[in-house]
Ligand binder design. Structure first.
Ligand code: ISL
Length: 556
């Protein structure tokens, strides 16, 4: 089967924030359809749609109550079928988000399951009696604050929810659950979708007995007992054998806590599991443990992780390349400079994404250089994770100023403010006030303005995506890092039989001079990309400007 996904550029749409077609302040499927030409024009090959299924929206669609139907606010199943057709008509492909570690507590399976201990659906979920002393079954902390256990009054047992109580975990040990998942996958594949992004797919196998984390005081993350668990590969292989391998599709697993060694087990072609995974190591370089525990970020650590993955999943396996998504702060605010060097740094990050080996993902608005938002009051925020932290930290007496800073720099709503199409009141996203307010900077940072400006971030993305497609060395070539010990620049060389490419990225607001090693033979190379409008490099001694990025090429 061809591996079309290796050459592709993928664009993630967060449907509620992309485009509203009916003026209710909520993005929808017909809205997406209206903007398909924008994506085609950008050079996008594949669209990944965050969940659009029926959902009570405890976690914005990541809590699904009907996998075979569409959330009313987003449209109908017929709208979705039409969208799939329109995407294909433009020569693009579509991935759906398959969220099957858990369902919504409003899913008919769970409604049945909680009715009685002997209900036929009971074993679709994970239930435990309280301990004899009345304490919780174990000490695991939910990702969204509090315990992972919720007491179900009717039957007197607890059910497991790694995320919110509205997201009970499915019991994958039950073969009926696995058959249900296969049926859901087939349902969408038969409608023509081209694959899946699989939500926290490495959480599906729990260590038997669900042991408490030893030696911990209070609640702690039980990661080691459910991430990359004992049967996860068996389950994924089964899914692949029975369903995925029968279609010409791609799959990308969301897998927090994987090392390259673990990732190989998910993605190597001979394993028959997934096409690629999202690893988290490079985006965890400014946090410890959970997203709310900050630590200083360094270029050195960040680039060493990226290099490690480039080398490890080069010839065998495959990388995904991404800096942001609907769960992460805006990339330019996090790794670039969203103030004085917004333009330069957004383009620098784009240069990296489009020249690394792996499939690059652009998260909606990243191609405009959209930034984090700072709303004054917590009431402007909607994210279940941020609000959980807010309640917990407030109760613990953390100063309000510190809590809000965490919301600003780490909260997920920064990535979820509506897409900035133009400078009008609701950013051209909607004709009425959106479900989450627009970022006030939409008056000057928006797609309409950028489309008309050859020097904009948007124009740069378009040209870099086209550049990537013209240079197969980016997809197939080897990767060699240069200036490993430099604490501001990330530099690397890509090479195949036809071409040699050198990329230099300045991750700082500092201007400095570097001397290029003779071995690189810089004077023989041609300047192909510059994010600051450079016309030439000069010789081997180069003045590097703040957040500068350039790419040099040489045909062999
Ligand atoms: O620990 C984390 C955040 O504190 C992350 O690892 C998080 O668990 C991970 O990003 C999972 O995200 C996915 O599943 C969630 C959903 O809320 C996210 O939007 C989704 O991307 C539960 O379905």
């Amino acid at each position: 089967m061809s591996e079309w996904w290796k050459n592709a550029v993928i664009y993630q749409i967060y449907p509620r924030s992309f485009m509203d077609s009916d003026g209710d302040g909520m993005g929808d499927i017909p809205g997406i359809e209206k903007r398909l030409d924008y994506l085609k024009d950008l050079g996008i090959d594949i669209i990944w749609l965050s969940p659009v299924y029926k959902s009570p929206n405890v976690d914005n669609g990541y809590d699904i109550s009907d996998y075979r139907d569409i959330q009313e606010e987003f449209g109908t199943l017929a709208d979705m079928e039409h969208l799939i057709g329109e995407i294909h008509r433009r020569g693009m492909r579509i991935l759906m988000d398959l969220v099957v570690n858990h369902t919504s507590d409003q899913h008919p399976w769970f409604i049945e399951a909680r009715k009685s201990k002997d209900n036929p659906k009971r074993d679709y979920y994970i239930w435990r009696d309280p301990n004899p002393d009345g304490s919780l079954p174990n000490n695991w902390e939910s990702h969204f604050s509090g315990s992972v256990w919720q007491l179900d009054e009717q039957t007197g047992q607890y059910y497991l929810h790694i995320f919110s109580a509205g997201q009970p975990d499915l019991n994958w040990e039950n073969p009926e659950v696995r058959e249900e998942v296969k049926d859901i996958a087939r349902f969408w594949l038969d409608k023509g979708v081209d694959g899946f992004r699989m939500d926290v797919i490495n959480f599906i196998s729990k260590v038997p007995g669900l042991p408490s984390v030893p030696g911990a005081k209070g609640l702690v993350r039980g990661n080691m007992f459910y991430m990359n668990g004992p049967r996860v590969h068996e389950y994924l292989h089964e899914l692949n054998e029975d369903v995925f391998s029968k279609y010409d599709i791609m799959t990308v697993g969301e897998t927090p806590s994987v090392t390259p060694e673990i990732a190989h087990q998910y993605v190597d072609a001979d394993r028959g599991e997934l096409s690629m995974v999202f690893q988290f190591e490079h985006i965890n370089t400014d946090i410890r443990g959970t997203r709310w525990q900050l630590r200083p970020w360094t270029v050195k650590e960040f680039k060493s992780i990226i290099s490690k993955w480039q080398k490890a999943l080069g010839d065998k396996g495959w990388n995904s390349v991404y800096l942001s998504n609907h769960d992460q702060p805006r990339s330019v605010s996090r790794y670039g400079n969203d103030d004085r060097y917004l333009l330069e740094s957004a383009k620098m990050l784009c240069t990296m994404d489009m020249t690394l080996r792996g499939t690059p993902y652009v998260y909606q608005g990243e191609e405009l250089g959209m930034t984090n938002v700072r709303f004054d009051d917590i009431s402007s925020y909607q994210d279940v994770e941020s609000l959980g932290m807010y309640r917990d930290y407030k109760a613990k007496g953390v100063p309000m100023h510190d809590i809000m800073e965490l919301v600003y720099c780490r909260g997920r709503d920064s990535a979820r403010t509506p897409m900035q199409w133009d400078g009008s009141e609701y950013a051209g996203f909607s004709t009425s006030r959106p479900w989450l307010d627009v970022n006030p900077n939409h008056t000057w940072l928006n797609a309409e303005k950028e489309a008309a400006d050859p020097d904009s971030v948007l124009s740069f993305y378009r040209s870099m995506i086209a550049f990537r497609k013209k240079h197969p060395v980016i997809v197939d070539g080897s990767f060699r890092e240069w200036f490993e010990d430099h604490d501001r620049i990330f530099a690397y060389e890509r090479e195949d039989d036809d071409e040699r490419m050198f990329v230099l990225l300045n991750f700082s607001a500092t201007k400095f001079t570097i001397i290029m090693p003779e071995e690189l033979d810089i004077p023989s190379m041609e300047l192909a990309v510059s994010n600051i409008g450079r016309k030439e490099l000069g010789g081997n001694i180069i003045s590097v400007y703040p957040y500068e990025a350039f790419v040099l090429v040489k045909r062999k």
